[in-house]
Design a protein around this ligand. Sequence first.
Ligand SMILES: Cc1cc2nc3c(=O)[nH]c(=O)nc-3n(C[C@H](O)[C@H](O)[C@H](O)COP(=O)(O)OP(=O)(O)OC[C@H]3O[C@@H](n4cnc5c(N)ncnc54)[C@H](O)[C@@H]3O)c2cc1C
Length: 438
Amino acid sequence: MQQIKRLPTKDGQLGWFESVSFQRPMPVQQAKKNENFDIIIVGAGFTGLATAGRLAELRPEARIALIDAMEVGQGASGRNAGFIIDLPHNLDPTEPDVEANTKVRDLNGFAIQRLKRIQEQQGFDVCWHEAGKYLAAHEEKHLSGLTDFVNTLEAIGEPYEILNDDALAERLGTHYYKRAVYTPGNILVNPAALAISVASALPSNVTLLENTAVHEIDLANKVIQTEKARLSADIIVLATNAFTEKFGVSPNRVTPIFTYASLTRPLNDSEMKAFQGISPWGLTSAHPAGTTVRLTSDKRIFIRNTLNYQPALSSTEASLDKAKMKHRQSYLARFPQVPDVPFEYTWGGMICVTMNHEPVFKEHAPNVYVIAAMNGVGVAKGTYLGNYMAEYICGKQSPELDFILEHSAPSWIPPDPLRSVGAHIRLSYEEHMARGEV
Ligand SMILES: Cc1cc2nc3c(=O)[nH]c(=O)nc-3n(C[C@H](O)[C@H](O)[C@H](O)COP(=O)(O)OP(=O)(O)OC[C@H]3O[C@@H](n4cnc5c(N)ncnc54)[C@H](O)[C@@H]3O)c2cc1C
């Protein structure tokens, strides 16, 4: 048995989870007795949820367990900024690969449709908002990032709108940005609410076991030890994102990067006058280390920035406090007209990245499958990779699956301590270069 040395923890207070507006329809169930399943999936983020959902459709007779150390919505899938991004995100601007970018756009579109169908069926308010997305720059020197993005949009025939200064301020309620490229296909959600809604739609042959950390695993015999139970299966799928290395698979391929978010209390009527006539919006930065901002449909302001490498896979109070201070500076720079709205929640979460932006998607050993490293766009990507992982396991072939298999070879990353040093230098450099975009 391999001992899992790092387990997921709750870093800070997760605003999305706390502000879910509906009551969870199913009870939280833990693994309490030894049991055998046909398939066990570890990790109930968007990736594990999609894998379980599609496997249950393809193998309705199979007994499937989906296990998570926390409650659904408390992992990175509920901690993110809530953008379901429709377009390719990690672009090579110099030479847009039209075929690959078109495929990624289509796969993202497939994921959005799947999530949309589920949330409509379930009928919970997940704050689903077809708001599009602004990619924005504050500083002159970052305008080139927008041009690169536009080149890719032109190459794949996607619609967009360019907004400058006052015209942009009219849409956002802030004069902070010089220019933005608006694309209409992005969806904004409360991600914790969406994850709970997706979990509530799982068919009855899926047993969801939450607050059930895997403490030990034997991949050869497909046995899992939790605090109270020993579970076994014919097939094991790891959808454990940043924790995947701890399971003894895919060493030196993935790097967990911590980032942090804050959510204000809802703005009152007088504060909302600063946003009169403005619809909820979401904005990402022209620089990868810049700040993500949202005006949510429940009238809160969301701020995300700060990147650091935490090999312990959990954050510290000091890091959370530091990030919160930075969030306040970013907030005041953008919204000086409503300076006194406090943050109600601040939390941290992990983005699992690879050097070449390709995910892990493979059969690691006979009947042991791994999906990890969504490179910061896991709501859509985790949903489509999970879906196609289920099809891969069931031997269902398709051009989409072929494309995914061809593009899932993450390159090598040096082990610690070299990784720590490299990550620290790179992240400090990126944050320095991003400056005004933070
Ligand atoms: C602040 C922030 C903002 C982001 N913004 C966006 C965004 O706007 N849009 C977007 O698409 N992506 C965004 N991301 C990235 C996105 O959250 C991830 O790509 C996505 O959550 C990956 O989903 P996943 O299911 O693969 O992994 P996860 O959601 O991390 O799920 C893995 C699960 O495995 C479980 N697990 C791990 N170890 C064990 C164990 N030993 N036993 C049992 N369970 C275990 C964990 O508890 C976890 O729930 C953001 C991330 C962060 C942190």
